[in-house]
Design a protein around this ligand. Structure first.
Ligand SMILES: Nc1ncnc2c1ncn2[C@@H]1O[C@H](COP(=O)(O)OP(=O)(O)OP(=O)(O)O)[C@@H](O)[C@H]1O
Length: 243
């Protein structure tokens, strides 16, 4: 896998050396979805650069293309044109299996309600990630230390049904950070939480973004938590504009 180094910012690589690379660089991405006459423009000439340690919120009405943006940034959907790089790696040049491996090792996903496996303890949710991704000597973080970092060290042996909504979300965030990803993609992290928990979770995301030097893109409808983000961009009919 070749790393192209474009933007003049500093981040950590797989080997721990520091190089100049954007966490995410999308340039002029276009995506149409659907068949025949029923197609819609999900992404319309979208460009977005996120630096390591920067948290960017994406807001916009339902159907404006926010999920499509996350899918393209996360190597889950290939745009019709444009380029997408994560930590300097060109996603569009990767074959399917290579992209799947890359996702596991370089991109963390956080979903609405944690998306945890019901039968596993908090610690085992994290261990599973390192088990799935542990090839070629890649280093994953210590699950217990990471749970402690998100304030859940004392609940490492609890299953999801023994945790609150906010605690489940913390486990989901810790799990997403296991591989020391370049990019964290977060979809509506506060949708299932009350106001106080929502603030705590987004504060935690902002702190981890800075401390782990990960680039974070957070889709949210929660305008209450935007102050924790470094930048807010808005999607409207597939187009991305600063807000
Ligand atoms: N598989 C698909 N086939 C056809 N059209 C699709 C498909 N997935 C999404 N779309 C359309 O693409 C556009 C962008 O959808 P997307 O899910 O990215 O929006 P969104 O901003 O995330 O919406 P929401 O806030 O409701 O989750 C919408 O018009 C949607 O109806």
């Amino acid at each position: 896998m070749s790393a192209r180094r474009d933007s003049a910012v500093t981040t950590a690589t797989d080997t721990g050396t520091r190089i100049d690379t954007a966490a995410l660089e999308i340039v002029d991405a276009n995506l149409r979805l659907g068949d025949g006459e029923q197609t819609v423009t999900a992404l319309d000439a979208v460009s977005l650069t996120v630096r390591p340690g920067e948290m960017v919120a994406v807001v916009g009405p339902s159907g404006s293309g926010k999920s499509s943006l996350l899918a393209v940034a996360g190597a889950l959907t290939t745009p019709d044109s444009g380029s997408v790089r994560v930590g300097g790696h060109d996603l569009l040049s990767m074959k399917k299996a290579e992209a799947a491996r890359f996702r596991l090792e370089h991109i963390g996903f956080v979903f609405q309600s944690g998306n945890l496996i019901p039968s596993l303890t908090a610690a085992d949710q994290l261990r599973l990630t390192s088990h799935l991704g542990n090839t070629k000597g890649r280093k994953f973080r210590d699950p217990i230390a990471l749970l402690e970092q998100v304030g859940l060290g004392h609940k490492a042996d609890r299953r999801p049904d023994q945790l609150s909504g906010g605690e489940r979300q913390r486990v989901g965030i810790a799990r997403a950070l296991m591989s020391t990803p370049s990019l964290l993609l977060v979809d509506e992290p506060t949708a299932a939480l009350d106001r106080a928990r929502s603030h705590e979770i987004v504060q935690l995301l902002a702190r981890e973004t800075r401390e782990s030097l990960v680039g974070t893109v957070m889709v949210t409808h929660d305008y209450d938590v935007l102050d924790y983000c470094d930048r807010v961009v808005e999607m409207t009919d597939g187009r991305l504009t600063p807000r």
